[in-house]
Ligand binder design. Sequence first.
Ligand code: ADP
Length: 246
Amino acid sequence: MSVLELADVTYSYAERPAVEDVSLTVESGDFLGLVGPNGSGKTTLLKLMLGLLRPDEGSVTLFDRPAHEFDDGTRVGYVSQEATGAAGGMPVTVREVVTMGRYPHVGLGRFGKRDTDRIAEALETVGVAHLADRRFSTLSGGQKQRVVIARALAADADLLALDEPTVGVDAESRESFYELLRELNRDGLTILLVEHDIGVVTAFTTRVACLNRRLFFHGDSLDFSESDALREAYGADQRLLDHHHH
Ligand code: ADP
């Protein structure tokens, strides 16, 4: 089943297109890494995929509907670059942040055992159960990321989208964070990941989309490692690329 279909998608902020003529399909169970140099349109493409931006040309279909009309908040979990700061100022606990993810399922009814069980399970899965009663604002960056993912799990999301989730997170925590994503993907969760670290992407994802305004590659992660797409997409940023490889 296709989760996402992009056909000839172009989007400009002003005159110059940030994303141009991109077509790709995300299947259920894919773990797709979006890579490319700084300013290559990765965040813009992710927002188009989630219907947060509407394409100037072409179409984006999310769960068989135009993405910009999609409003089923329970199906998609989005961890934006700002996400870990989102609840930062409020004196909410970790459990309360995760509980928010469950609200769409409850409707006008009351929280039942199923809801509290799901919240406890989500906290357990991402390894933050022991932090449940701590204030969210007191956590480290890596811990906050896990809590935001727990919130998406509590919502029973089918699709998890993350935009550079480990910026400012130490190397060891990053590794275990990506191992968590890999496990969630193996359990069936479809994941979209914007990540500047090519090593992470080729090691953990199943699929890669390599972007520099246009799409230079879309396919299996293993094939990506062996292709020239990376060099072509980075062009003048070659030095940066060599840096990543060492
Ligand atoms: P990436 O995520 O790969 O760094 P972005 O999608 O953030 O790339 O940006 C792609 C291009 O669009 C860049 O040239 C950036 O400067 C431009 N851009 C991004 N957001 C805006 C905005 N809100 N207004 C105007 N230009 C923007």
